[in-house]
Design a protein around this ligand. Structure first.
Ligand code: GRF
Length: 222
């Protein structure tokens, strides 16, 4: 396949960018059949921008603090994204809530990774909450983005066992290392057309998902 035929991904970040790095590496090693058109950050100092520049990827900064309203920020972000005509917009630690108009514009092309087994623990501080509740299983979820935060149709979830003695940091680290496999893999499934959003439902090869458990999906798809 020539580069021209590859789907284009735009990645939105706000910080560290470790998921961005995992996605870039998967693209470089041919595990994701796509090209990264651009990395866009709302934080000028995001560490992920440095990584992207070093990898030769176009970067853009749309600093939310320079806009007087949320819709104005969303519109500027969308205008920048659209310059790269992406097939898929990937939120990778993007810490701004996106408005309904923005979400509708990219519906079915906009995905997010969240560090919990949704619907458990939407929002922030997921690892602390999981530990406080004493749950046996925690993990990460990749989902399509809809107007309500962290509630869009789930594509896949990677679990980790909560171990005795786990701290927020140790649990976060284990979840993050699962994210770095989960997210690139799901992106490849979408890029090759195995996964799509249809009338508000995530579909796997045109059928409802038999499971959202990542390990079980890997058996089916890889
Ligand atoms: C990850 O925990 C992800 O689940 C959440 O934000 C964090 C981003 O980390 N949405 P990084 O910037 O990819 O390292």
């Amino acid at each position: 396949m020539t580069e021209r035929c590859l789907p284009t991904i735009v990645v939105l970040i706000s910080g560290r960018g470790s998921n961005l790095q995992a996605i870039c590496e998967a693209v470089m090693y041919g595990a994701i059949h796509a090209r990264i058109g651009a990395v866009i950050s709302n934080q000028p100092e995001a560490a992920g921008l440095e990584f992207a520049r070093g990898a030769g990827i176009t970067t853009e900064i749309i600093d939310h603090r320079t806009f007087s309203s949320r819709p104005d920020f969303d519109a500027a972000l969308a205008a920048t994204i659209d310059r790269f005509t992406p097939d898929l917009v990937v939120l990778a630690g993007f810490m701004r809530i996106l408005g309904a108009v923005f979400v509708q514009r990219y519906l079915g092309r906009l995905i997010n990774i969240h560090p919990s087994l949704l619907p458990h623990y939407p929002g922030l501080n997921t690892h602390q909450q999981a530990l406080a509740d004493g749950v046996a299983q925690h993990g990460a979820t990749v989902h399509y983005v809809t107007a309500e935060v962290d509630t869009g149709p789930i594509i896949a979830q990677a679990s980790v066992a909560v171990e005795p003695g786990d701290t927020t940091e140790s649990l976060a680290e284990r979840v993050l290392s699962r994210e770095h496999v989960l997210y690139p893999t799901v992106i490849e499934w979408i890029c090759r057309g195995d996964v799509c959003l249809d009338e508000g439902r995530a579909l796997l090869r045109k059928e409802p998902f038999p499971t959202t458990d990542f390990d079980e999906l890997m058996q089916l798809l890889c």
